[in-house]
Design a protein around this ligand. Sequence first.
Ligand SMILES: Cc1ncc(COP(=O)(O)O)c(C=O)c1O
Length: 440
Amino acid sequence: MVDQRHNRLQNRGAVQIQNHWQHRRCPPVSGRSLSSKRVPATPSPMYTSKLVNQLAPSATIAAAAKARELRASGVNVLEFTLGEPDFTTPAHICDAGKAAIEAGHTHYTPATGIPALKEAICNAFKRDYGVTYQPNEVTVSNGAKHAIHNVLAAVCEPGDEVIIPTPFWVSYSALVELVGAVPVLVDTPEEAGFCMTADQFRGAITDKTRLLMLNSPSNPTGAVYPVEALEALARVAVEKDVIVMSDEIYDKLIYDGYTFKTFASFGDDVKERTIIVNGVSKAYAMTGWRIGWTLAPKEVSAAINKLQSQQTSNPCSISQHAAIAALDGPQDCIGEMLEQFQKRREYVLTRLRAMPGLTFADPGGAFYAFFNVSSHFGRELPGGVTVDNSSDFCTALLEHAHVALVTGDAFGAPGYVRLSFATSMDVIEAGLDAIEKFLS
Ligand SMILES: Cc1ncc(COP(=O)(O)O)c(C=O)c1O
């Protein structure tokens, strides 16, 4: 890190230490009467924090809940909301989980993951991308979402700015706010393939900038940054001394004609400013097992380790053993799932291209189609409804066509909607028929 950043860090450290010694101590209990009555200021004595009160609930989970509600009333809802593979976890991984139970791996493990898993993560990263990390640069967490929270809590101070290329994954801005930092949203247009340029990145950096949150392949757009574009961002990060959190959770879900490159691969000066987030959820259809991780320079990893040891302790012991089987075992299961995703992607894009008034950038990875429906705002849709935003569009589509999508507003992209094609071809075909009918 350059001197400027170093001084800033030193100053922050001083403030933290000062605050630590200024903490308030309560008087001993014997000093006041336990029986004295307290009159609550409000009808309920309970209190919830401002920080949490201001959080919006996850829009994808809310959209799925709405669809579930309608289904419970007997309607056949065609569901495209959730970002999780519809495949079951491959058998050899499940077997490793069962074997872990049989072998009695049902106790606490080291708080930040068992050594064998850390080693498997380092080996897999080296095997797949040729970049070396040591086990003391790995923290295994309860899914990638937890890993992202760890990163933000470990590196951000209240008031720090975090740059988020927009559209962004729903939880990014909420997690930034949760640590008292400030999301700085940088709009990336569809015509630019939803990729932030180096100039946009440079233009968004201020004295308060702490972190860039990058996500390629992206949820919700499926955008895969071209290698040169990524490298240009990396050069700005080094020049301006900004840390980059590269969320690479969809690294294995890349379609023909696109290339994935890890952000850590652009040289040591980039790697020392990079924190990789990844996990087994998407590549191995293991969303429920809750295993994610960070790869970070060892001083950042040490901070994350300390945080996690106080916060959650270890991720599930059984899941850790299953994750080793995923990373060390045969990798053809990924190719088999990708083949299915590729077929669905082709079908979805062909159908969407044929529908009136929709625009989108082809997704190069992940399993989402993110398309603009704003040309349908203001005109009468089936059921006699007129809508003027994506949220109302999704509500009308659900009520009148029984198709559940997620509004682009949740991803900072008004006018757009997200369709997850991580569902069966039957549902996809029926869903696109229903959308086409609704729009025409
Ligand atoms: C971009 C992105 N990052 C992180 C996650 C979280 O993954 P996990 O289920 O491992 O917490 C998701 C899940 O949808 C995601 O889309």
